[in-house]
Design a protein around this ligand. Sequence first.
Ligand SMILES: *Cc1c(COP(=O)(O)O)cnc(C)c1O
Length: 433
Amino acid sequence: MVKNYTAILMYDQEHLWHPYTSMNSPLPSYLVEHADGVYLHLASGEKVIDGMSSWWSVVHGYNHPVLNAAMKAQIDKFSHVMFGGLTHTPAIELAEKLISLTPQGLNKVFLADSGSVAVEVAIKMAIQYQHSKRKLNKNKMLTIKNGYHGDTFAAMSVCDPVNGMHQLFSGFITENFFADAPQIGFDQQWHEADLDSLKQQFSDNHHHIAALILEPIVQGAGGMRFYHPEFLKACRTLCDQYDVLLIADEIATGFGRSGKLFACEHADISPDILCLGKALTGGYLTLAATLCTDHVATTISEGEAGVFMHGPTFMGNPLACAAANASLDLLIENDWKNQVSNIESQLNAELLPLSKHDNVANVRVLGAIGVIEAKYPVNMAIIQQKFVELGVWIRPFGKLIYIMPPFVINNTELTKLTSAIAEVVQCAEVFNK
Ligand SMILES: *Cc1c(COP(=O)(O)O)cnc(C)c1O
């Protein structure tokens, strides 16, 4: 077994795939020794404030005593049992909580193992629903460009075709319908023209469309864009008009991140199918959920198969459900709305002034999400090292430097994140000009 920390990191570079990395020229990773609250403690001795919440998920911070205790209690009962023919209170309690918290009408819960799987499940639900209604041609998805829905094949097929490099997988990946992404920002002046491309897709192709799938209000990994609630409202209307289901992918936005508990609430709409993940367990374990209406569930169950055709081995994992139940309780106890609105005010005050800077194209803030869109792509190796030196963990992609900190971050810690960003955007060497 490898011993010192340099050797451990060399082994990692040699043998471990990381997300979207090369095995020929891997960038170095940082070794985490322990994590506490908003801090990651690195083996090199540095401690950094996590501005990413480990990709939207660690909303209550690391090593939280309440979440730890909930999981330990469950471990001493059982960590897992199959969900075929067996059930347990952690899953039942979680279903109750999700049904009561989510937008109205979503009463049936499918527990999946990751966000991508929740999206696969949602797509299957939509296809089986239309099949049950004998709408056999309605077996494609409609979506908007710049979306991100996960890395498995059906999820990929509704990601942005350019960002997702669909041409690499052509012949295997399913072709779906893409409308232009909304151009009007969250708080800009609304114009109906933003819907032209979407309306065209509906009127041309509705006979082939089972569902419209999109990320409500916040397009995450596909560009960190915040669009107008009127666009989302119109999606609901168009879906009803053309007998198309609406799938809201709230895997990133769910549980308060955008300033509402669910981003659909900005437009006051309920989807037919809702995907949740990421922050569901407070970032402790992988767990996701796909909720649907009674009508969707009943129609699927009346179909040719008579059942919904999905059932993973680790479905409804009790340990993950126990973490999720404790995390949802904490969200309410901690008054997430107040936490997020404080973060939003501070991000507005500390990030918006950066829009004046020469290297910056745009700055936008919504809820506990702050985005600096630079004019040039960043040099990952250089900018990452710079951030670590400044005591923060921020992981940009392309031209986007963005943060979505844990909800428990305090003012001083948040200022450390925003001032680190203010400092790096002034450095010529962090950009590939
Ligand atoms: C992260 C994400 C997914 C995929 O979730 P995984 O757990 O990574 O499979 C799907 N949709 C959205 C909007 C996401 O942000």
